[in-house]
Ligand binder design. Structure first.
Ligand code: SF4
Length: 345
């Protein structure tokens, strides 16, 4: 679906822009130090394009604002109830504000906030969640229609103030309601959509539910930016988002991992190798398929098809590069030699 384009810091959401990956910081913003900067940069290195922070008070707003001057990815302030927090965030290079005008209170407060967003050219994401619909919509029988109605009312408020720099999200913890709401919205509006199943659950259920929703919506061209919302780490959210986009052919960059499940024939500790190397592999700025295999049944074949592959072979380990056997080594050397070969590619 062709949508408007909204600039978020140095990135664009919507229009012809690639689909961006988002996550959310999961701890309070109590202070700014080098470790926080390094952790945010670490998330950027594994694929975080945009990172959102809860801003419940003025101290958090100041930390977020200062942090935004120290990292390269766009940071988003997530604000509820108190419009002064949004005003404060916009004193800094915060790239987007997520609010629901409906919970900001009196109209003059929304007007003040929108005037400053216009003045600073800061986009607003209206985030509609099924769990926090306005009272007059909360009892609607059709959750998707209720969410779209809530978004429509919020959009009307912003447009009546001359504001159109808007991204919308319509999220439910129910996969089908999320899909239905986004489909319904995309039929009538051309604002870019941030898609996601909210409160999707712990790691495995959350990835499954999110994948189902994303594959339906993205196949129809609906969705411009996304978040996999997990009761797990931002790393898990980002890696699963990367994998979903990559499996759908919507993300070309980064390492594509092929690995065997391991069985009684395995001569190589595939699980141990991956648990020690995943973090490193995910931060590599290379566009390669990597195969990690347990034995000679499927190992040499998969390793040959990959750009680089490693497989157990008896009591040795073989490394293949671009289809050719490159090295045969002892398992103890596997990580060191593998990364040396990878670095040379
Ligand atoms: S490659 Fe070998 S170890 Fe891995 S699942 Fe297949 S047979 Fe088992």
């Amino acid at each position: 679906m062709q949508t408007k384009t909204v600039r978020v810091g140095g990135l664009s959401i919507g229009g012809d822009s690639p689909i961006t990956i988002q996550s959310m910081w999961k701890k309070p913003l109590t202070g700014l130090d080098q470790q926080l900067v390094a952790e945010v940069n670490g998330l950027a290195a594994i694929g975080c394009d945009i990172l959102r922070f809860a801003v419940p008070d003025m101290a958090s707003a100041a930390v977020l604002g200062e942090l935004a001057t120290r990292v390269s990815i766009p940071l988003v302030a997530d604000i509820h109830f108190d419009h002064k927090l949004a005003l404060r965030c916009m004193d800094f290079p915060v790239a987007k504000i997520r609010i629901n005008p409906g919970n900001i209170g009196a109209k003059w407060k929304v007007e003040e906030l929108v005037r400053k967003a216009l003045d600073k050219n800061v986009p607003i994401r209206v985030g509609v969640n099924h769990g926090s619909l306005p009272r007059h919509l909360a009892r609607e029988n059709d959750p998707a229609a209720a969410m779209v109605k809530a978004a429509e009312e919020e959009i009307e408020t912003l447009e009546s103030l001359g504001f159109g720099n808007i991204v919308i999200s319509l999220k439910s913890s129910d996969t089908q309601s999320t899909v239905d709401a986004n489909r319904l919205f995309a039929r009538s509006f051309n604002y870019p959509l941030h898609i996601g199943v909210t409160e999707a659950g712990p790691l495995i259920p959350g990835i499954v539910r999110s994948t189902l929703a994303f594959s339906s919506l993205l196949a129809e061209g609906i969705g411009n930016t996304l978040r996999v919302s997990l009761s797990d780490t931002p790393d898990a959210e980002l890696i699963s988002a990367r994998e979903i986009l990559s499996a759908l052919g919507l993300r070309k960059k980064g390492i594509r991992l092929v690995s065997c499940p391991r069985c009684g024939r395995s001569g190589f500790d595939v699980h141990g190798f991956l648990s020690k190397t995943m973090g490193r592999l995910m931060t590599l700025d290379k566009n390669l398929t990597v195969a990690v295999m347990g034995c000679v049944v499927n190992g040499p074949g998969e390793a040959r098809h990959a750009d680089i592959g490693i497989t157990g072979a008896g009591n040795k380990v073989m490394i293949f590069k671009r289809g050719e056997l490159a090295r045969t080594i002892a398992e103890e050397e596997a990580i060191e030699v593998f990364f040396a070969e990878l670095a040379a590619m």
